[in-house]
Design a protein around this ligand. Sequence first.
Ligand SMILES: Cc1cc2nc3c(=O)[nH]c(=O)nc-3n(C[C@H](O)[C@H](O)[C@H](O)COP(=O)(O)OP(=O)(O)OC[C@H]3O[C@@H](n4cnc5c(N)ncnc54)[C@H](O)[C@@H]3O)c2cc1C
Length: 378
Amino acid sequence: MEVYDSIVVGAGIEGSSTAYHLVKNGHHTLLLQQFPLPHSRGSSHGQSRITRMAYGSDDYYTEMMKEAYKLWEVLENESGTTLYKKTGLLVVGKVGDDQIDGTVRALRKYSLPFTSLDGQVLRQKYPMLNYPEDIAGVEDHSGGVLFADKALAAFQGQFVKQGGILRDNEAMVDVSPGDIVTVKTNKGSYRGRNLVLTVGPWATKVLPSLGIHIPLKVLRISVFYWKEKIPGTYGAETFPIFLEDNAIRNFDVYGLPSLEYPGLYKQCLHSGPEIDPDRRDDTDSSWVLDAIKQFAAEHFPLLEAHPAITETCIYTNTPDHDFVLDRHPACRNIIIGAGFSGHGFKLSPVVGKVLSELAMQKISSYNLSYFKIDRFPK
Ligand SMILES: Cc1cc2nc3c(=O)[nH]c(=O)nc-3n(C[C@H](O)[C@H](O)[C@H](O)COP(=O)(O)OP(=O)(O)OC[C@H]3O[C@@H](n4cnc5c(N)ncnc54)[C@H](O)[C@@H]3O)c2cc1C
């Protein structure tokens, strides 16, 4: 039977990027995906994701973002597809809180373009927002929108173009570790020198069967689109990506300007009910709708009171919200990328590079100590 250099299981954004990097480095690679592509049952579907340079407190992500921006540009050129629109990003929060101060510190440290707005200036510059004067803002001018569906298709397209084998509608059902790993699917059997597991929320099912127990929480996120009362008020030409941090209330809120669906502003809670990914819609999340409606009524006076459209997506959170990028502790040729905790899309070009380096036994380009699989108390 043919032996692949690498088998990647899971063609979400992280697995597709990993497979792309592997094939670019000459690895004979198979990418397996359980559902027919494209699908909307994992974490990587939909038209848009936020990107930004500065991570408030964690410089290791800001370091990675510097390369991520460059790699997105490479993929844009290779695929001939626009994947990014610069809109800027506005973070609002209480004066002196961690998110605001941390973002300013990181932007300054990395000499990235930004503007600090005190409460008065915030109100003047963004009259379509409603905040009291003790709420300040910072604009990260490199923030913008990634076109998610197109990015996913671009990674997969380039992977196949360069000789990678992509099999969708085929689920991995069993793994036999060894120097050569055997992967059994519902349709056949494959052998590989390395196995990369990037199975998104299904990590909660796949990893325990390999003796790995990471305390992952799988959350259903409701993606709400709100009609603007005056079209264009929150449009991408006038309004940036928006983040409000949880120092103001006990949850984070983010928003993307009306762009993908004309006249519809996207605004979501950065949380949701815990679910089983195979029974995603079998849970009540009315508290999410109640919270976001209250938020919108208070701070976005020019949106209609009820969302016009609701879509669904899934987060897979680790306790510290850092990713897992590591080898299986006992089976060193099994590589795991998991727990992308609602912020993995923008970093996926670098995640794919890092996971491919682990599979190719190369020295990692980054300090991976933050991403160890065994960092959680047993
Ligand atoms: C609503 C929402 C908004 C977000 N916003 C942002 C943002 O603004 N910026 C940002 O950076 N990130 C954002 N994220 C996070 C980002 O989208 C995720 O971190 C990322 O998509 C995770 O990708 P993944 O490849 O790990 O998972 P997935 O996309 O779920 O991919 C895993 C794949 O593995 C497949 N699979 C599982 N088990 C098997 C098996 N046994 N056999 C074969 N295939 C299998 C699944 O079908 C799936 O396709 C957001 C996420 C959501 C849900």
